[in-house]
Design a protein around this ligand. Structure first.
Ligand code: ASP
Ligand code: ASP
Length: 345
């Protein structure tokens, strides 16, 4: 592990403006801007393993966590990330009735905007909510999950876990399995993994694989044995019963039999294959505890740790971007390397 002063120096060295004003989807990054962001996140991983974890990169900044959908893990992860960077954090979990959602979102945005936050982290059940909000507020918006659309920081943390486990994701074959239709994690991961040169397969029952999935640039399989053949990474998804209209699966027991990852099915993947899951897991439904808890194959705990580091990298980089755009602080801004790379493409 890097020494305390050295790791702080490394963070400062690697800190560069985020390529966009907001982080709404995986498409806000590209093959040139991802690696430096992951390098920064790597430095935060080392930093987070120290006993003292406080930085002042976001001192005086206000981060608001606005979670219209239930979340404990993701909101905690963002909150810890922001606090470790020295920001003030406020968490709001407004209750919405499904009929008034659009209106509530805009109203809430206007109210919060008047309080002058610097970053708004938003989760909402409607696809496109974060993008809509970003047009209404003066701060940076981070999409922490919008309906079944995207969850870009999840894909970034997954990429960080994979890069640390395999060195390089280019050329890896990753199978994303299960409830793809309702998964924003799948959409963001397909985009980011493909961008970085991984091959992505989608495996699931026809009722849970979107009809247009063949246009995502992935191979689609409706059989686990066939789909897992030769893959290095098996990414399981939660069965999102709360997003399903009507019965798309016969029963959870039946689902596990065909689609749940256990030792036998994992045996169909390449030897040494790693297992991922974004959480929260339905144990015994899409994944067996025996596999999920085996640290020799499971990256699941690792993903949680990487989540904080990846979110620190995003928040810190967004904050530098805002500072660089603010004429009163322009002279303090560090190297614009991330944006340069973006603009030369
Ligand atoms: N939705 C889940 C939770 O809030 C998991 C996540 O947000 O990552 O616990
Ligand atoms: N936590 C992830 C999400 O919020 C995955 C899940 O909930 O299944 O999308």
């Amino acid at each position: 592990m890097t020494q305390p002063a050295a790791v702080t120096d490394l963070i400062h060295e690697r800190l560069a403006p985020f390529p966009r004003d907001h982080f709404l989807s995986a498409g806000d990054l590209n093959a040139a801007t991802v690696p430096p962001l992951l390098d920064l996140a790597d430095a935060f991983v080392d930093f987070n393993r120290q006993s003292s974890k406080s930085l002042d990169l976001m001192r005086g900044r206000t981060v608001m966590n606005l979670f219209f959908e239930n979340s404990t893990r993701t909101s905690a992860s963002f909150e810890i990330a922001a606090k470790r960077l020295g920001a003030d954090v406020t968490a709001l979990s407004p209750r919405t009735s499904s009929t008034a959602k659009g209106e509530t979102l805009i109203d809430t945005a206007a109210t919060l905007n008047a309080m002058k936050p610097d970053v708004l982290v938003v989760r909402h059940s409607a696809s496109g909510a974060a993008a809509l909000l970003s047009q209404k507020v003066g701060c940076s918006v981070v999409n922490a999950g919008d309906g079944r659309h995207e969850h870009p920081t999840q894909a970034l943390l997954d990429l960080l876990s994979l890069r640390r486990a395999f060195g390089d994701v280019g050329g890896l074959t990753v199978a994303i399995c299960g409830d793809i239709a309702h998964s924003r994690v799948a959409r963001s991961n397909v985009a980011l993994l493909s961008m970085m040169g991984a091959r992505v397969r989608l495996i699931g029952p026809p009722t849970l694989v979107p009809g247009d999935a063949d246009r995502w640039g992935c191979e689609v399989f409706h059989d686990m044995r066939e789909g897992l053949q030769g893959v290095e990474v098996v990414m399981m998804l939660r069965l999102q019963l709360e997003r399903m209209e009507g019965a798309l699966v016969p029963s959870t027991r039946e689902y596990f039999r065909f689609w749940g990852l256990d030792r036998e099915k994992l045996g169909w993947a390449r030897p040494g294959a790693k297992v991922m899951h974004p959480g929260p897991m339905n144990r015994g439904v899409e994944i067996d505890s025996d596999v999920a808890d085996d640290l020799t194959v499971s990256l699941i705990q690792d993903q949680v740790e990487m989540g904080v580091a990846a979110r620190m990298a995003v928040l810190a980089a967004l904050s530098v971007r805002r500072e660089a755009d603010d004429p009163s602080t322009a002279s303090r801004s560090p190297s614009p390397s991330l944006r340069d790379r973006e603009e030369t493409r």
